[in-house]
Design a protein around this ligand. Structure first.
Ligand code: GRF
Length: 209
C-alpha cells in the first residue's frame, strides 16, 4: 500500500487529479494520508479538509531552527505512516534529511520536458516563457524522482504537447496542465502496482515498451 503524503503550495489541481483517481478506483493500493503545505491559504489544504484528509500548514518560519522544522515534518510523516511523498506544486526545496529518509520514494511533476527548462527559478509561468522564447516546437510534462538537486532526479515518465503558432505562455500552461492531470495519477498508479524500478538514474516500468 502506498501511504502518500502530498506536499503542495498552491491551488492543488494535481493533488485533486490524484485524489480523483484514488476515489474513483482507478488507483487501488494507494491512499493519501496527509497533505502538507507551506502556504496556509493554499487550495490544496482546502481540498484536503473537504475530503477529511489531515492537512497541516508547516512553514519554516514557525520554528527556531532548521533542525526543529525538519523534525516536525518527519514527525508528521512518521505519525501518518507515510511511505511515499508526492510533490504537487510545492515551492520549497525538500530538505536533504527527508530526501535521504525517503530515497527514491519522492516524486515531483514539472511542466516541461526535463532536463531542459528546469532548475532554480524555473517554476510557474517562467517555464513556459523560457520554452516559447527558445523557439522549441514541443513542450510537455515530466514526472521525476526527487533527489538533492532541483529538477535533476531520474525521469520516470514524460508526455509531450505540440506548440502551435501563436502559442502564449498561458495557453501553453493550460495545455501542459491537462497532460499533467493524466500523467501524474498514472505514475502514482504504477508505483502503487509496484511496476517502477529505479536503478541509479535509470527507471524501468514493468510492461512498458
Ligand atoms: C504544476 O504546473 C506543476 O507542474 C508545478 O506546479 C504546478 C502546480 O499546480 N510543479 P497545481 O497546484 O497542482 O494546480
Amino acid at each position: 500500500m502506498l501511504n502518500i503524503a502530498v506536499f503542495a503550495s498552491g491551488r492543488g489541481s494535481n493533488f485533486q487529479a490524484i485524489l480523483d483517481a484514488i476515489e474513483s478506483g482507478r488507483i487501488t493500493q494507494a491512499r493519501i494520508c496527509v497533505v502538507i503545505s507551506n502556504n496556509a491559504g493554499s487550495g490544496a489544504l482546502a481540498i484536503a479538509r473537504e475530503h477529511g484528509i489531515p492537512a497541516h500548514h508547516v512553514s519554516q518560519r514557525q520554528f527556531g531552527t532548521e533542525t526543529e522544522y525538519v523534525g516536525a515534518l518527519k514527525n508528521i510523516l512518521a505519525g501518518a505512516g507515510v511511505n511515499f511523498i508526492v510533490l504537487a506544486g510545492y515551492m520549497k526545496k525538500i530538505d536533504p534529511v527527508i530526501v535521504r529518509t525517503y530515497r527514491n520514494r519522492i516524486i515531483n511533476i514539472h511542466p516541461a520536458l526535463l532536463p531542459a527548462f528546469g532548475g532554480p527559478g524555473m517554476y510557474g509561468m517562467h517555464v513556459h516563457d523560457a520554452v516559447l522564447a527558445s523557439g522549441a516546437t514541443t513542450s510537455g510534462a515530466t514526472v521525476h524522482v526527487v533527489d538533492e538537486d532541483y529538477d535533476r532526479g531520474p525521469v520516470i515518465l514524460q508526455r509531450s504537447v505540440a506548440i502551435s503558432g501563436g502559442e502564449t505562455p498561458a495557453s501553453l500552461a493550460a495545455k501542459v496542465l491537462e497532460v499533467e492531470h493524466e500523467l501524474y495519477p498514472e505514475v502514482v498508479r504504477l508505483f502503487a502496482e509496484g511496476k517502477i524500478h529505479i536503478d541509479g538514474r535509470h527507471v524501468t516500468i514493468a510492461g512498458a515498451r
